[in-house]
Design a protein around this ligand. Structure first.
Ligand code: GDP
Ligand code: MG
Length: 735
């Protein structure tokens, strides 16, 4: 027999820790179809039998309010695990049992893992487990998930319960006279028509009708609308009654009685506190300092800044290794393949693409490791708590601060890990608004472009301008978030329900597993798409190439140049070297110039070039000519490509993104560029479409619809802003 066990419980009750203890590395992480709620499955063996264990999302309740709750519910009723292990934080017994109560109502075969008994003991909480077991009528096994204590006993108990294979019977909890009468009426109707009975116990369906549960109501209508209408009628009569007499909905009465049921159990000598419950626990003492009105924010900025430093400085080395590895690989291919399309595709499309994907891996890994520390220790919840008041003004949540910082809130981040970091946000709308606005931050790839243009046009005040543009990024991102939250992502802010869990020392094992899970998802989800788009962009900038007619012209120029130099000079050029003497250098320069013009001509003739040219009449209203347009199209591959593409478009040959001084000079002297154009271009580059790797991440974290929205919304906004800057600037002749 192949047993299926589901782990369920409140957030922070230790589910994941237990899951990892039971399954070790034998696990599989995915998403539930259509939503980004983690679906984790792992395996273990017991007495030679294979057992599948599923880690359900943490929830406090089983209503139909959040994706997590729906997922847990649907999993239980559709997959019918043989047994559910409900993980209960014993240091927070009453609150955790609220969910347990709902499992009892659903009637699933249940075993309770009473976790964190070490913490309970430290806090002076004494538990009478035998008594709790009798009162609840469910097997209970005390465990310490973190150390693995009790996990074998737990497994035994779970297998024992599973093998009894009992039918699902809901626990008969009283909800007061009014509701109990209605329930009886509902249940008899439900049983008579076998209404949804193959999925839910009748009593459960009845309770859900009373709770006005949208999902069940809808299912009911689909299943048998006659019966459903009858049930709804009975419920609305009762609702009217409770409204009139008690001024509450049945939902609230049910919740009250659940709490009452739990209280009556816990207060019967199950839990004894040997010292005053109001005593300041260590966590509260720490919080006195860390969330202090004055010191709190200061410490927070220090911590966040350190995280930022940690992520970007530690990942610098591995990123550099990867870069030099791919540089080396490119070199090998350069030398071993004949010139031509295949070679160019492998170097620019494939190696560029794969390198692009893997280049982000160290960054994402270190960031998630840092976030895992903050999260597992309980500090992240405090950061969110402190930032909430500020972010709320812009329709965001306290937890949005991390994605913003990672994306370049301190200039030089990256929106890819930023988008991934939005996973800590629970409300879908706030998460979406954050995800869509983090690409406005000044990521590391925009820095060379900023440096190029500021260096060329505002050399006297470089640092000041850099700082101003960072502030501008924040301002625009937050205002855009506000705009989204009052238009397409309108909705009331979620109350700050994130609880402040007690501080804990994170475990290395937990940190590593958390980090690896998230990093692996990035590689797996984004990998193939990124490679495809990278090849596509290469094709756009390469095809159709130059006509034979043009190639002949360049070839003739070459021949003509060669004919003006002596055979000795040509021979010494062929020998190749880093530097040449007088005559030879002159020849090398001439040939280089011809090559550059040829590359420029080919680029102009490419699809991207033609698009850039076709857009010129429109883009000139922001001061961008066709060359700038091509660079901006190339910037969709990665923002730093803007510098190198501008180099090609201005026949500068290869321009190093790190040292673009000569290109800066060239732009400064170009008749089409001036300070106003430079500012318009900067604004456009900061705010237009995110690079496609970010776009793919947005798509994978939400949907392609939102990914396309972000391309269009950002580009449209950036263009309007650039046109405004250009037109106003030119009007006042600031150029
Ligand atoms: P989940 O949200 O239910 O998945 O909870 P986690 O497994 O992520 O655990 C939350 C925190 O509680 C982590 O920092 C764990 O290390 C810690 N933790 C889990 N079980 C125990 C335990 O039995 N004792 C102690 N002291 N800490 C635990
Ligand atoms: Mg978890």
């Amino acid at each position: 027999m192949h047993l299926k066990i589901a782990l369920a419980g409140n957030p922070n009750a230790g589910k994941t820790t237990l899951f990892n203890q039971l399954t070790g590395a034998r696990q599989h992480v995915g998403n539930y179809p259509g939503i980004t709620v983690d679906h984790k499955e792992g395996f273990t063996h017991h007495n030679g039998e294979k057992i599948t264990i599923t880690d359900l999302p943490g929830t406090y309740s089983m209503t139909a309010y959040s994706a997590e709750e729906l997922v847990s519910r649907d999993y239980l009723v559709n997959e019918r695990p043989d047994v559910v292990i409900d993980i209960v934080d014993s240091s927070n017994l009453e609150r955790n049992l609220y969910l347990t109560c709902q499992f009892l109502e659903l009637g699933v075969p249940l075993v309770i893992a009473l976790n964190m008994i070490d913490v309970a003991k430290d806090r002076g909480i004494q538990l009478n487990i035998k008594k709790l077991e009798i009162l609840l009528g469910v097997p209970i096994v005390p465990i310490i998930a973190r150390s693995g204590f009790g996990k074998e006993d737990l497994l035994e108990a779970a297998i024992d319960t599973a093998s009894k294979n009992k039918a699902w019977i809901s626990r008969d909890i009283s909800y007061g006279k009014d509701l109990d009468t209605t329930l009886t009426e509902l249940i008899s109707l439900i049983s008579k028509h076998n209404f949804l009975t193959e999925t839910y116990p009748s009593r459960y369906t009845a309770i859900k009708y009373l709770e006005n549960d949208e999902q069940i109501l809808e299912k009911g209508q689909q299943y048998n609308s006659d019966v459903a209408n009858k049930l709804e009628k009975i419920v609305s009569k009762t609702t009217e009654h409770t409204q009139k007499t008690l001024d509450v909905y049945p939902e609230a009465i049910i919740a009250d009685h659940r709490y009452g049921y739990i209280k009556s159990i816990v207060r019967q000598g199950v839990e004894k506190r040997t010292f005053d419950a109001d005593r300041l626990y260590t966590s509260d003492k720490i919080d006195k300092v860390l969330t202090n009105r004055l010191m709190g924010p200061a410490i927070m900025f220090l911590v966040l800044f350190s995280l930022y430093q940690f992520t970007f400085s530690l990942s610098e080395m591995p990123v550099a290794w990867l870069e030099s590895f791919f540089g080396w690989l490119g070199g090998v291919i350069e030398n071993s393949l004949p010139d031509g399309l295949i070679k160019s595709m492998i170097i620019s499309g494939i190696i560029g693409g794969v390198g692009g994907i893997l280049g982000f891996v160290p960054l994402i890994m270190f960031m998630f490791f840092g976030i895992a520390i903050l999260e597992d220790s309980g500090y992240l919840a405090r950061v969110a708590f402190m930032m909430d008041r500020v972010f709320r003004i812009f329709g965001l949540h306290g937890s949005s601060v991390m994605p913003f910082i990672v994306s370049g809130g301190i200039a030089g981040g990256c929106a890819v890990p930023g988008v991934m970091a939005t996973r800590t946000l629970r409300s879908p709308k706030e998460r979406m608004a954050t995800m869509l606005t983090v690409p406005f931050m000044n990521c590391g790839a925009k820095i060379p472009v900023l440096a190029l243009l500021i260096g060329a046009f505002f050399a006297e005040n470089k640092a000041l301008y850099m700082f101003l543009f960072t502030l501008l990024a924040w301002l625009v991102a937050l205002l855009a978030a506000k705009f989204l939250r009052v238009t397409i992502l309108r909705g009331s802010p979620t109350p700050f329900v994130m609880e402040l869990p007690p501080y804990r020392f994170p475990t290395l094992r937990g940190l590593i597993i958390h980090t690896w899970e998230r990093t692996y998802q990035y590689i797996k989800k984004a990998g193939t798409v990124i490679l495809g788009i990278s090849i596509l962009l290469w094709a756009l900038m390469t095809f159709p190439g130059l006509d034979d007619q043009y190639l002949t012209v360049f070839e003739e120029q070459r021949q003509e140049t060669l004919s003006r130099f002596s055979p000795e000079t040509i021979a010494s050029l062929d020998q190749g070297s880093e530097t040449f003497s007088g005559q030879t250098q002159g020849l090398a320069d001439k040939l280089g110039e011809i090559n550059n013009s040829q590359t420029e001509a080919a680029l102009r003739n490419s699809i991207a070039g033609k698009v850039g040219g076709a857009l010129e009449p429109l883009t000139m209203s922001a001061g961008f000519d066709w060359r700038t347009n091509i660079a901006l199209i190339g910037g969709f591959a990665a923002k730093e490509v803007i510098v190198s593409t501008l180099g090609t478009a201005y026949s500068m040959g290869e321009v190093d993104a790190e040292e673009p001084a000569s290109l800066g000079e060239r732009l400064k002297n170009d008749s089409n560029w001036n300070r106003v154009v430079a500012v318009a271009a900067l604004i456009f580059i900061m705010f237009y479409a995110p690079c496609f790797i970010t776009v793919v991440c947005i798509a994978k974290e939400s949907s392609w619809k939102w990914a396309f929205f972000s391309i269009c919304f950002n580009t449209f906004f950036a263009f309007l802003a650039a046109v405004a800057v250009y037109q106003i600037g030119m009007f006042f002749q600031l150029g």
